[in-house]
Write a protein that binds this ligand. Sequence first.
Ligand SMILES: *Cc1c(COP(=O)(O)O)cnc(C)c1O
Length: 418
Amino acid sequence: MNFNTKLLHGKSIQPYSDGATLPAIAQVSAFAYESAEQQEKVFTHKAMGYAYTRIGNPTVAAFEQRVCELEGGSSALACSSGMAAVTLSLINILTAGDEIITSSGLYGGTLDLFKDLEKFGIKTHFVNPLTKENASKVINDRTRVIFGEVVSNPALNVLDIKSISEFAHEHNIPLIVDSTTATPAVINPIKLGADIVVHSSSKYINGGGNSISGIIVDSGKFKWDFDKFRALEDFSKYQNMAYMVRLRTDTWENFGSCLAPQNAYYNIIGMETLGLRMQRVNENADKLARALNEIDGITVNYLSLNSHPYHELYKTELNGNGGAILTIRVGSREKAYKVINNLKYVHIASNIGDIRTLAIHPQSTLYIHSDKAQQEAAGVYEDTIRISVGIEDAEDLIYDFTQAIEKANEELDKKDNK
Ligand SMILES: *Cc1c(COP(=O)(O)O)cnc(C)c1O
């Protein structure tokens, strides 16, 4: 089965009751039992069943199974947000004294998280870019995980998953990747060696910009050394599944990061068009990038352009799919604001993965907690605009940005002549 068929007919898609083509929305907090004995069996895992939505819910499970199949994982767990997924994927295996290696060019919220983890005694080494060579300079016997973004938002650095996962495995540590911007329509990081994949499913998986959520997919392949990964010690009898068992029955459950059933349902219906949407946004972003690249004074950062530093990995690892995000530099912060303010169709909003095209000035919003060096490592300068391309007609997007840039130039000329 190919990707688009799998989205609709994959083996994770159960026959739902009464022949319904989609799962019912179990919008409840608790599930009632016929007897105390039966309830005991469910609580002691001797019988299948649901007890309480923070611990498990059938609509949420239907969403988890679909993403798990698309990523080629062995199990998946949905969370209340992408940040909950990133956070729990890490703290599930970390204790005070442990260290992380990651890239400096990360999503702003994740950068903030690493600062928070420092207060719990967990240290992060930032390397730029995240390669075998750079990681080998900071790895030591306290390193417990390598974390990277498959395609970083918004720098568009592409992670060489095969190379960095081989390096991680040589040191008996797992590779966790955030594949939000790439999506399973473009790449399956597990196939290339990643051990755990996280998504902010608020973005492309949902697609409509209508629900916040996240998901963690475990390959089930990493061989945990329980003397080294003390956080998993009590779960050693589960062997390769120890990560997911601790996550589900301990870390995630007790942090209370469950996904609302209604939002799981929105994700399921959104996800069914993931393949179509990604194809469209890849094409639109490519056309917009090429058009903007022709305009004087505009520098475009997009993977399909020959000049991009990750153009080779774009062709090989990403199969020529550049994704929906591009950034442009326009010359000054003032001009960036003027361009954004003159857009007619494009919304000024801090999201990606929406079917609508969105634009934002990342330095004054998403990266206000980061210092200049971190901003620049993430490809964020005072004159940078991040564009998350939607599914509109490319001609209209090109028209909108072109006219906004012209108006911005006119306004600046007028000001200079005064
Ligand atoms: C948005 C995003 C997150 C955080 O997800 P939320 O659903 O907003 O919590 C994490 N990583 C990346 C790459 C993102 O784009």
